[in-house]
Design a protein around this ligand. Sequence first.
Ligand code: PGA
Length: 249
Amino acid sequence: MRRKLAAGNWKMNGTSSALGELTSLANTYPAPSVEVLICPPATLLHRAAETVHSTHIEVGGQDCHANGSGAHTGDISAEMLVDAGATAVILGHSERREDHDEQNEDVRAKARAAMDAGLKAIICVGESLEQREAANTLDIIGGQMSGSIPELSTGENLIVAYEPIWAIGTGKVPTLDEIGEVHDFIRARLERRFGEGVGRSVRLLYGGSVKPGNAAEIFAVSNVDGALVGGASLKAQDFAGIIDALQNA
Ligand code: PGA
């Protein structure tokens, strides 16, 4: 059985006052039946970890460097994330791929470093609107998967997030059939590459305009094991609506 996961990505949002949202979440869910993860900006990570310490809520990073240490101004290593209290890290988000020109091989190297450090790597894949309209979605996802997912992946250290770029922060969501088609494809690809046992145990998240109002129907789609949520993870009340939908799925 794959444990369901509600993951929040705060992106470049939140200063000290946002920690109160984490306290509210922890108070609302003393013992959630699903895994709950919040990835705040790096400046809040350590305090966020302290805030949820001894609760069932986990915190994660939004990126890491492929190297363990060294002359990389402004970057953060996987070991540093672990040291700050993270249990997971988001890698290859389309905003990183676009803003920082991250290529599949960069994401793969980062994922290797994250897994070596004991973090769960949430590797993001997703097509642009042009690619979808040209019926290239599965080719793009397949290429991103083979390029970005490292060999040492297991059901414990790998999570794949399908995030159509055109659905992120736009309020647009693919049809349930479209989500199902991509998630089934990702599952089949994982099984083919890593064998059935590992392939079936990797969790697959959908991301892109998930809200309390559409979460339940998305969670009913086959091979959707949870969500990676941007905007609706910033407020505890909104994110709670998504956690509730996942708990009831
Ligand atoms: P969104 O972002 O929920 O605000 O669309 C999702 C994401 O980028 O992970």
